[in-house]
Design a protein around this ligand. Structure first.
Ligand SMILES: [Cu+2]
Length: 713
């Protein structure tokens, strides 16, 4: 008996060991990430960038579903940083939004992140601090199923500019036309006349629209895995390869196309979808798509990512042997796009309400700009692409499982209208930025429905942290799960998520410069326990809000033969402090300083208070030539982008002024003019030489002819 008991004990122990072994197969995987800075050279110029473990992108992280990730982020920079795990379901304090969910990682400090991996699929990580993502802080985060069916490659796409991202951000706020000039997309009057679109151009400016484009920034390079071209030569005829495509760009959408034929889409934003075959698809900023490609021959086949503005591409080559390139995309037809925008835009700057219900990318209004969009690919010129290409949209995505929420909790519905102002670069929801709107409170267990309407001329990739949402589409109960919704101009889309978490979760446009300008909201769970990583919640929240409250310096300074004139502005979302001057070399001067407040979604209207000091040789007291007055005024942008200015000074004198700036005669020749009721006028022209410098010639009623240089900041 004794022996038997011992044997039983022995077997019990053995069983425990086996159980323990099985248990330990759900492993904790430890990763160390070192954030550092380095010099890079993507274009022939040395530039500062941020690396993770010495590389851009950072290392590809691979985990298995069910594992626990334990990640140490060592900040070797001299400034603070953060890492957000994009698309992951994890505890709030691990989400990595500095000051909101997680303490920022201060200079020379290490942060530890640990969370169980409760999902599989293709995700990524990136900095959520300022504009660090633009200069390199991003990488792939792959969570494998226990058994994977295909060989695979990860393709992380990104955009690179030789400019520092703070300069990009500032230039966008200053609304300089430089990026359009670089792209050849200024849509000038000269080109309009040449190509027979003068009426279109006039109507567009009458409706107060600036040159239109599908993206804001001119980039110097587009990269896949940190290179313009990457290669995987180990594949041969008949091989099926899973490509995990991550759009880690700061503001670029890409068209994806495979040279060897159609692709099969099998997952989106990490979530599996019922496989669907298409010839091409667009991947929005921060979205991920998993596609299967099959090599039809023993050749090299290009998988091409073309920037949506068609300025550049990044290529991934699969296989060995002769290279088969993917079809090339033509330049955008801007004036055709302008006709469409003219049709859609009302005089008040709102989009017309459409009879047709537009949703889920089914009808891409931009197709008018894409010459090849609906025309059959010439089968003679491409062996694997012919006929009218089939393009993916969200209505083709079907979840393999029912995604309907359990019938508990309350429905809470939000209507968000995405709004934007291209001239002052203010992006918001319902004309309120994140800081202006404050937090949106929800309860655990709520079923949240958000109906989004895009009332802007651009697409926006709206990303929700820490939750999957359903994108309501024609598959009904099997509507797909996503974490990013790309919403096109004039679309109305519905997303739904179940409030299963706690804490604060960011919902924002993932175009970096739109997010920084305030296009987002914070969903906050009622009754959450205090976040252990945030020490002073109120002060921290002010840090979060500081992003969209930031002021930017902009201006134009003209130095000419007759003197100097110019304007310097320091502004944020609603307020601008500005100083204007005209100074003659002989000592005459005029200066006006204003504090302005802008109103309305389009900010066509502003009011100001300020001063006007001037002195002109031979002038009389209190005329247009000599005055020291305080004044108040109204500014309104008239049709034709003419700024009107009505002001009253403390002596009771009224002045009315009209002013038009930056009228594009050609890509680089710009006209400007001014007239006011004091009888002053000015006409000028400039030729854009570089981003900051133009040659300038103008005639001023007081200062006469001036020839010189103009500095645009
Ligand atoms: Cu956006």
């Amino acid at each position: 008996m004794k022996l038997n008991v011992r044997i039983v004990r022995y077997y019990l122990l053995l069983l425990l060991c086996i159980a323990g072994f099985n248990f330990s197969r759900a492993q904790t995987k430890v990763v160390h990430l070192y954030i550092g800075d380095t010099m890079v050279n993507f274009t022939g110029k040395q530039r500062m960038a941020i690396t993770v473990n010495g590389s851009i992108p950072g290392p590809e992280l691979h985990f298995t579903e069910g594992d626990t990730a334990e990640i140490y982020v060592h900040n070797t920079l001299g400034t603070e940083t953060s890492v957000h795990w994009h698309g992951l379901i994890l505890p709030n304090e691990m989400d990595g939004v500095p000051y909101l969910t997680t303490a920022p990682i201060k200079a020379k400090q290490t942060a530890r992140y640990t969370f169980p991996l409760v999902q599989h699929g293709t995700y990524w990580y990136h900095s959520h601090t300022g504009l660090q993502e633009q200069i390199g802080l991003y990488g792939a985060f792959i969570i494998h199923e226990k058994q994977e069916k295909y060989s695979e490659k990860t393709l992380i796409l990104s955009d690179w500019s030789d400019e520092m991202p703070m300069q990009i951000d500032r230039s966008l706020h200053a609304a300089t036309d430089w990026y359009n000039v670089r792209k050849g997309a200024a849509q000038s009057y000269g080109e309009a006349i040449r190509d027979g679109y003068l009426g279109t151009k006039l109507l567009s400016e009458w409706k107060r629209m600036h040159a239109m484009d599908v993206s804001d920034v001119f980039y110097d390079a587009y990269l896949v895995n940190g290179r313009r071209n990457s290669r995987a030569t180990e594949f041969a005829k008949g091989d099926t390869v899973r490509l995990r495509v991550i759009n880690g760009s700061s503001s670029t959408y890409y068209w994806l196309q495979f040279a060897g034929g159609p692709v099969q889409v099998i997952a989106n934003d990490g979530a599996d979808v019922v496989p669907v075959e298409v010839d091409r698809l667009i991947v929005g900023v921060s979205e991920t798509y998993d596609v299967l490609v099959i090599l039809p021959e023993n050749k090299t086949f290009e998988f091409r990512a073309t920037s949506e503005d068609r300025i550049g591409k990044a290529s991934y080559f699969l296989g060995a042997g002769d290279t088969v390139f993917a079809p090339t995309w033509g330049r955008l037809h801007y004036f055709e796009g302008m006709i469409m925008m003219n049709d859609m835009m009302r005089m008040d700057g709102n989009m017309k309400s459409m009879k047709m219900h537009m949703q889920n990318q089914i009808m891409d209004m931009n197709t008018v700009m894409y010459p090849e969009y609906l025309s059959p690919t010439d089968s003679g010129s491409h062996p694997y692409h012919y006929g009218i290409p089939k393009t993916l949209n969200y209505n083709m995505l079907r979840s393999p499982e029912n995604t309907v929420f359990p019938d508990t909790g309350e429905w809470k519905e939000f209507n968000f209208t995405l709004t934007g102002n291209m001239n002052r670069y203010v992006w918001a929801i319902d004309n309120k930025t994140v800081s202006e709107a404050g937090k949106i409170w929800i309860n655990p267990g709520d079923k949240i429905r958000i109906i989004l309407y895009n009332n802007t001329m651009m697409r926006h990739p709206m990303h929700l942290h820490g939750h999957f949402f359903r994108v309501r589409n024609e598959y009904g109960d099997f509507s797909p799960l996503k974490t990013v919704l790309d919403i096109m101009p004039m679309e109305r889309d519905t997303i739904e998520f179940l409030a299963t978490e706690s804490g604060d979760w960011y919902f924002h446009c993932h175009i970096l410069y739109h997010m920084m300008s305030g296009m987002g909201r914070i969903f906050s769970y009622e009754g959450s326990s205090p976040n252990p990583t945030i020490e002073e919640p109120k002060k921290s929240l002010r840090k979060v809000y500081a992003d969209d409250r930031m002021y930017h310096l902009m201006g134009e300074i003209d130095i000419a033969s007759n003197g100097s004139d110019g304007e310097i502005m320091y502004g944020n979302t609603r307020n601008v402090l500005s100083a204007e001057w005209r100074v003659g070399w002989m000592g005459d001067y005029e200066t006006e300083t204003h504090i302005s407040r802008f109103f309305g979604k389009n900010q066509f209207f502003s009011v100001y208070a300020g001063t006007d000091f001037r002195s002109r040789e031979g002038g009389e007291t209190n005329t247009k030539d000599n005055r020291q007055v305080a004044c108040i005024g109204l500014n309104y942008v008239l049709p034709g982008l003419i700024e009107s200015d009505l002001r009253l000074d403390h002596t009771g004198k009224v002045r009315f002024q009209l002013h038009r700036d930056d009228l594009a005669l050609t890509q680089r020749i710009r006209m400007r003019g001014m007239w006011n009721s004091d009888g002053e006028f000015m006409v000028g022209s400039s030729y854009i030489l570089t981003k900051y410098w133009s040659a300038s010639l103008h005639y001023d009623s007081d200062m006469k002819w001036g020839l010189g240089m103009r500095f645009t900041y």
